[in-house]
Design a protein around this ligand. Structure first.
Ligand SMILES: [Zn+2]
Length: 331
């Protein structure tokens, strides 16, 4: 009997020795808890304040309309402005997608030939080529081309192409120079993708990429411009969206809009050309660095939030046990 008791006592003593120290565990949880609060706010701070600096780093110079010799008088006439017909079925079907912020009929008291409509926001980027086989190695040739393009689209005899201005927001020359297209900024609704122009930023590379290859300079400018605009308007090039009932990549080529059925009509196109189309996926990857970083920051915040909750729970639990044990030993 005596021996038995001794053995029992020994084992109990050993158990006592290796017994978990809940008080220390409480302090450890407290430390992790404070650490997670700090981490969360540091990552939140990084997410909020280091965002704009990246877009400033991307160098994008734009040749303004006045600098490429846009004849602004071509936009106006004395007749009433032609207003976009919004009675089509697609406007009733997708009012949110095609919502406009404002419509401008006059600038400086002069009637625009075609009223300008503004989207609420820029939601996606569409890549085009102009499909033109000319010598664009000299800037004056590019300028002449743009002046003619403006003339064509402001000519009431151009039929469906009478859109009142350049169809695209930006055009890129083989030397990498980026030219301002349509007047009115990024939110003004262009005429580059059939039925799907609202909130679509059109960038066109000058040339025909069914027969030629994009130059390195033009590609670099295209990449920089996409990246800058993607950050500016929070358009993640890696993701897609639902627009007019279709799933479409946030950064797409004109050809990707071929399946869009607008009031029973589809548009057939090979734009931006068979040599440029395969490069769009590469552009998506190369312009999404900012969004990769953002995702990392969000994941970090999530991790700290998770740590916060878990450590807080453990803190309460270990505190409870430590108090109970203390009261037990007191007895
Ligand atoms: Zn196109």
């Amino acid at each position: 009997m005596k021996i038995m008791k001794r053995v029992e006592f020994e084992s109990r003593r050993k158990k006592e020795e290796v017994k978990f120290n809940w008080k220390n565990f409480f302090y450890l949880s407290l430390f992790v808890w404070i650490f997670s609060i700090g981490g969360f706010f540091i990552s939140l701070f990084q997410k909020i304040f280091f965002e704009k600096d990246i877009s400033k780093e991307i160098k994008v110079e734009i040749v303004k309309r006045e600098d490429w010799g846009a004849d602004e008088s071509l936009l106006f006439w004395t007749k009433e402005s032609k207003v976009n017909d919004r009675t089509a079925l697609v406007y009733q079907k997708y009012p949110e997608d095609l919502k406009i912020e404002k419509r401008v009929l006059k600038i400086d008291g002069k009637n625009l030939k075609v009223a300008k409509e503004y989207a609420v926001d820029v939601k996606r980027i569409v890549i085009h080529h102009t499909g033109t086989n000319q010598d664009f190695s000299k800037s004056e040739n590019v300028e002449k081309y743009l002046q003619d393009l403006l003339k064509y689209h402001t000519n009431p005899n151009s039929g469906e192409e009478f859109t009142g201005d350049i169809p695209y927001h930006y055009l890129i020359a083989p030397d990498g120079k980026i030219y301002e297209g349509i007047r009115g900024g990024d939110k003004v609704i262009g005429s580059h993708v059939y039925g799907a122009n609202t909130g679509s930023l059109g960038i066109s590379v000058i040339g025909n990429f069914n027969t030629e290859e994009i130059t390195d300079d033009a590609y670099k400018s295209l990449k920089n411009l996409i990246e800058k605009k993607a950050i500016e308007y929070h358009i993640d090039p890696r993701k897609s969206q639902i627009f007019l009932g279709n799933e479409i990549e946030n950064l797409a080529g004109h050809i990707d809009y071929e399946d869009f059925l607008i009031d029973g009509k589809k548009q057939i196109t090979d734009c931006p050309g068979k040599n440029l189309i395969p490069k769009i996926d590469k552009l998506r990857k190369e312009t999404s660095g900012f969004f990769d970083e953002e995702e990392k920051k969000s994941n970090k915040m999530l991790m700290f939030a998770f740590l916060f909750v878990v450590s807080f729970g453990l803190m309460l639990y270990s505190r409870e046990i430590a108090i109970r044990e203390k009261s037990l030993t007191k007895r």
